[in-house]
Write a protein that binds this ligand. Structure first.
Ligand code: B12
Ligand code: SF4
Length: 520
């Protein structure tokens, strides 16, 4: 008899790397896998799942009759939506349900209030063992990474959290995320569309590594690193060849592909790795690509090689210009000199688009701290763009404990029963400060993205801070918003144009080679 399929559901992420990795390993082990991408990605204000969309999911589940459903709970921000889907599946079908992803890994007990099982951490092997056990009606209790509740009659259930298996050292062994039109569905806008939504995209997303060496207090990576202590090397790189093979397949299958997004927490910086990667990327892929960088991992050697290979955009987290905030509150080790040096390197190596990320207007920040951020921005190499966020208090992260220590009542970025996703996203992005002076410096920081804006901001920073000056600064920074948006659009268009040209040149070269085999 044929085994029932495994259904995996990703939320607000139709590219969902983690789910696609799980699909690969389940498929390799002979399981029939169905993947649902529930709603499109929206970083700022995603829409809740509608009743109609829940019914579409229900119909699909009735039709396909899965024997195990996996929910990918990457973020706490949309937990209420995960719970709605989880309840529907439990109430209507009673199919065994497993939760995984960063939130479920950090909060297995809470997740077990809804799920039958939780798998913690990286789960390529564990999900296969669980699917084998559940679908084959076998004992699951010894599976590593698993958490579940005991159910002896008459006793209140206990939560069992099994130990983690060691981290996979050879990432190449995991293969790469699956993309294909088979058995995939995208539910959004009140419709269900069969096929892989990734195949219509202009960008491809992947990761060349796993893990981050740093321990920022506001980031769940620090929690994951601690959770995996003693279980092997946390930061691991794939081989450049594996990355290039994945990309070659993507280029072949995604016809409109123009941009590559590397979502490594920090892109690999090993010189030997970079030499190999850059050479292979330039000759086999060549499309513009985007990476995340860190001030302490930005060397001239690495960035110049990557820029030559096609690095188009680099996003660097700086978070604050104040050494006090960076080191005591955010637990970041880089100094002002490190940041300015990294900025010089990125600009000097000709990276076309450089974005700096800051977290501002939060309860730890004094006027002096935000003024120092302005001073740093005024010194960064130009041109650059700024991404200005608030500080989000993600559940379980160190920053929530630091806030408690400072007596700060921090709004946790989590939704759930009675806590709508909308509010969670609002706390994630942060609010305007109640202090006019903090908002004043914030406006000046925003203005530093523009040459003339910087000149005005410098004058304002030295002027007497009267109500008129504060008002004009606020107005100017608002007037500059459309200019910033237009600038971003222009840069995107330039990046796409570069990709078109590169594709056109490559296809001409291919045609010429065909017409003139062996010729020059
Ligand atoms: C890359 C990344 C992104 C990319 C995702 C690209 C993509 N194509 O998937 C982008 C930039 C789009 C993104 C967006 C967001 N992200 Co993000 N992201 C990450 C990051 C750095 C790595 C995730 C990743 O791809 N890892 C590699 C893959 C292979 O691993 P994985 O996803 O963890 O999956 C493995 C396991 O978790 C597990 N697993 C995953 N799903 C499931 C399901 C089941 C059933 C099982 C059993 C196991 C399982 O098995 C997988 C394979 O080993 C993490 C930090 C981290 N260290 O995890 C933050 C992180 C997940 N992101 C975070 C946030 C907040 C967001 C956003 C809400 C931000 C925003 N406002 O836009 C959105 C939400 C996206 C979404 N819909 O879930 C937070 C979540 C914390 C929280 N409490 O909410 C994290 C933890 C970072 C942080 N600040 O701490 N993100
Ligand atoms: S460097 Fe980035 S990924 Fe690493 S811990 Fe800090 S914020 Fe998280």
């Amino acid at each position: 008899m044929q085994q029932r399929p495994v259904l995996l559901i990703a939320f607000y992420n139709k590219k969902a790397l983690g789910v696609r990795y799980l699909e690969r390993s389940l498929a390799r082990a002979g399981h029939n896998v169905i993947v649902v991408f529930m709603k499109d990605f929206n970083s700022r204000a995603p829409e809740p799942v509608t009743k109609k969309e829940l019914m579409l999911l229900r119909d699909l589940v009735s039709e396909t009759d899965p024997g195990l459903v996996g929910l990918s709970v990457m973020s706490s921000l949309y937990l209420d939506q995960v719970i709605a889907v989880s309840r529907l599946l439990r109430d209507e079908f009673g199919i065994p349900q497993v939760w995984g992803g960063v939130y479920a890994s950090m909060f297995p007990e809470k997740s077990l209030e809804y799920a039958d099982f939780v798998l913690r951490g990286e789960c390529e092997e564990a999900i296969v063992e669980l699917a084998d056990a559940v679908l084959g009606n076998r004992d699951f209790r010894q599976i590593k990474n698993l958490a579940y509740k005991t159910s002896s009659r008459g006793e209140s259930p206990l939560t069992v959290i099994n130990e983690l298996r060691p981290l996979c050292e050879d990432l190449d062994r995991l293969g790469y995320p699956m993309f294909s039109g088979k058995n995939k569905y995208f539910i959004d806008g009140g419709r269900i569309s069969p096929g892989d939504p990734m195949l219509n995209s202009i960008s491809y997303e992947l990761s060349a590594s796993r893990g981050c060496p740093f321990m920022c207090s506001f980031c769940s990576s620090a929690n994951l690193k601690r959770m995996y202590a003693g279980k092997g090397k946390f930061v691991r790189f794939r081989s450049p060849t594996s990355v290039i093979n994945e990309l070659s397949e993507a280029v072949e299958n995604i016809k409109g592909l123009k941009i590559i997004h590397f979502w490594d927490e920090i892109f690999p910086d090993d010189r030997v790795w970079i030499d190999d990667f850059a050479t292979q990327y330039k000759s086999n892929i060549g499309l513009p690509f985007v990476i995340w960088v860190h001030p302490l991992k930005t060397s001239e050697y690495v960035i110049s090689k990557l820029a030559d290979a096609g690095l188009y955009k680099a996003v660097m987290g700086i978070q604050s210009g104040s050494q006090r905030i960076r080191s005591h509150i955010f637990h970041r080790r880089e100094t002002r000199e490190d940041i300015l040096k990294a900025s010089k390197i990125l600009t000097g190596c000709g990276v076309r688009q450089i974005t700096y990320d800051f977290m501002l207007r939060h309860p730890f920040e004094s006027e002096d701290d935000i003024r120092q951020t302005f001073e740093l921005c005024a010194e960064l190499e130009r041109p650059f763009e700024l991404q200005l966020h608030g500080l989000s208090f993600l559940p379980g992260t160190d920053i929530t404990r630091i806030a408690e220590k400072h007596g700060i009542a921090a709004p946790i970025s989590e939704s759930g029963p009675g806590k709508p996703m909308k509010t969670a996203f609002q706390t994630y992005w942060g609010q305007k400060s109640g202090s006019a002076m903090i908002n004043f410096w914030y406006s000046l920081i925003y203005m530093t993205q523009f040459g003339f804006g910087l000149r005005i901001a410098r004058c304002f920073s030295k002027a007497r801070k009267t109500g008129i000056i504060i008002g004009i600064a606020s107005l100017l920074s608002k007037l500059l918003r459309p200019a910033a948006a237009a600038g971003r659009l222009y840069k995107k268009a330039r990046m796409l144009a570069a990709a078109y040209i590169r594709k056109y040149v490559a296809s001409r070269a291919d045609r010429q080679a065909l017409e003139c085999p062996g010729g020059k």
